[in-house]
Design a protein around this ligand. Sequence first.
Ligand SMILES: [Zn+2]
Length: 456
Amino acid sequence: MINKKLIRSIYDIVPSYYKEGHTYRKYYNLAQRNDYLTREEFDRVQLRHLTGILRYASIHVPYYSRLFKDIRFHIDKVDSLNCMKDIPITCKEQVQENLRDFQSKIYPSSRIRAIYSGGSTGIPAEYLSQKSDSAIERAFMHFQWSRVGFSPHNNNKLAMIRGVKPLKGDYEIRNGILVFSSYIKNQKMYGEYLERLIEFDPDFIHAYPSIIDLWAQYIIDNNLNVSLSKLKAILCGSENLDRIQRERIEKAFHTRVYSWYGHSERGCLAGECEVSNDYHILPDYGYAESITSSGDIAKSDEPGNLIVTSFNNKVMPLIRFNTCDEVILSDQLCPCGRGARLIKKVVGRTNQYLIDSKGKIIPANVLLPYELLGLFKNVRQYQFVQEKVGECIFLMNVKPSFSVEDEKKIKAEIERELGRNMRFLIKYVDTIPRTKNGKLMFLDVSRRLDNSTRFN
Ligand SMILES: [Zn+2]
């Protein structure tokens, strides 16, 4: 009899480069080949991808083919990156209201999958991409991690603390990865978690910065010496990572923190450089621009909203799509020798948390797990608000198609996420207040009374 468990555990240790398939290898090799382009080469590669995707969209995607005709945009005349400014910006709401209009006519439905995104802005969104998309994503991601020692040719032992819930208990080994729960019930748990981590002896820890930072604070506050001899880096994505968090995590774990910027619409991916904390934009992933609040193209090193054009999604290519993430793009050249353009800073990504009546911390990133975002089809915007510890108000601006059934499902799922020690109330609103910068935030704790409350 074949022992399925044994086969599974052998498969888990096969290096990514061999088990991930052709698409993964193709994109990994591409990223590797184009890592050290000069600035001129970088721009040339970006222009080649751009003209390719613009031509494809003009022929196969109804929205863009109409738009280019209306504005008389001729792809044959595109001879520099500067030509992009002639194309109007696409915003999230436009895509959500006309999803099929943005879908390629030629892509077979058997190869399409939906991606859901809530993002930091609280506008639920659905995008379509090809099924092979996840292999492309992993290839680029692993390539970035290779800057701090990750090798797709070897088995890299990974511990994960980022919103993936263990199926049973507080931690488990899943597909060879040690997965920890992101919920922290009390300080004692850190001791148990750290013991398990040391026993596992990972090469990398993949974590939300806000959560691993709480671990780091525990280690420093208790004067612990955590020795993980093989640990090459702590991989921190999906949230802002500030300088203080970075220093604290590096001090506690005696290793480097490696960070990157990406988003669910997959129009830009940029990973930290080994010699600085700036992010290099991957030339074969997408094109990044930024615009100021008055709609002008931001100058180098000036903050602006990130506008992206995706290169690899043939099901729903997004062209000059406004991510609503505030970033600082820079034309400066990095001392590492790569000519790739830089993201100097990502502003406006939330890493806040709710606190329940027992003082348990519920990080923003686990409030709405990916699997639940599909429930928000009839919701325009939403926001979690906490004014009192132990109470959470959920504001929703809903579409006319929103039903009692929708409310029931959303309520049940969120209550399950929040646990028994949080009073949960839904409030329907016509608008959700924006921050003073005009940004929608999906979690607002700015008016929380006992803001200093920490768990015990
Ligand atoms: Zn660099």
